[in-house]
Design a binder for this molecule. Structure first.
Ligand code: ADP
Ligand code: ADP
Ligand code: ZN
Length: 216
């Protein structure tokens, strides 16, 4: 199963991806996670990406496409993949089509998580991430059992530096200007499915599951 999760920052892509990949046993490919890992390691790519990520701007297409192209060619993607946060521009979408054609593969589903802008701000400013395993929490909507500690691995939780009100504004503008046009692109290919991302986390998961299993 070859899947894309789309949706604005804070829509719940990462939260839902964690659940869906464990059920379908496919790798979770998050370009955001890839950039944060490279930034932490201080690789040349990470240093370049940081200039953009820190400002809430999209990283240039050539860097982003290169990462995904390499990742999709790794052995564990043979059974399928879940792309979370890629593509985010029309250029990235066209490049993905070329990469998949070259591998004689195709997309099965593009799922768009729909969430209103006001709710996105509340979700992003309350988001907390585990330093050790990357699990995502929310101080109000999805709190850990012990404050500041991960339920799964007891790792310490932190707030992303781009999850401030100011950066969120820029990120949402980037989404509207550059990413939202992709919805029409996938609609035309009859791949797009809308899911109401404003429901409880479990309800969103079951709606996605129904779409993926062809029951909705
Ligand atoms: P969110 O979970 O809020 O949607 P991500 O973790 O996916 O955010 O992305 C964080 C940042 O990484 C983005 O603001 C952007 O700077 C960069 N980024 C992630 N994916 C892409 C992409 N496909 N194209 C360009 N930049 C990206
Ligand atoms: P994205 O990857 O799309 O940026 P996340 O999955 O990181 O979004 O979710 C953003 C924040 O909202 C996190 O703090 C997460 O715990 C919370 N969240 C995700 N889905 C829901 C939901 N259905 N209801 C309430 N809060 C949610
Ligand atoms: Zn953890």
């Amino acid at each position: 199963m070859n899947i894309i999760f789309m949706g604005p920052p804070g829509a719940g892509k990462g939260t839902q991806a964690e659940r869906i990949v464990s059920e379908f046993k496919i790798p979770h490919i998050s370009t955001g996670d890839a950039f944060r890992a490279a930034m932490k390691q201080g690789t040349a790519m990470g240093v370049k990406a940081k200039e953009y990520v820190d400002q809430g701007l999209l990283v240039p297409d050539d860097i982003t496409i290169g990462i995904v192209k390499e990742r999709l060619q790794e052995a564990d993607c043979a059974s399928g993949f879940l792309l979370d946060g890629f593509p985010r521009t029309l250029e990235q979408a066209a490049a993905l089509d070329d990469i998949l054609t070259g591998m004689e593969r195709k997309l099965d589903h593009v799922i768009n998580l729909r969430v209103d802008r006001d709710l996105l701000l509340a979700r992003l400013t309350g988001r907390r991430i585990c330093k050790s395993c990357g699990a995502t929490y929310h101080v109000i909507f999805n709190p850990p059992h012990r404050e500041h500690l991960c339920d799964k691995c007891s790792g310490e939780l932190y707030q992303r530096s781009d999850d401030t009100e100011e950066k969120v504004g820029t990120r949402l503008d980037e989404y509207i200007n550059k990413t939202a046009p992709l919805l029409a692109y996938y609609e035309q290919k009859h791949l797009l499915r809308e899911v109401n991302g404003e429901q409880e986390i479990d309800a969103v998961t079951s709606e996605i599951n129904s779409v993926l299993r062809g029951q909705a």
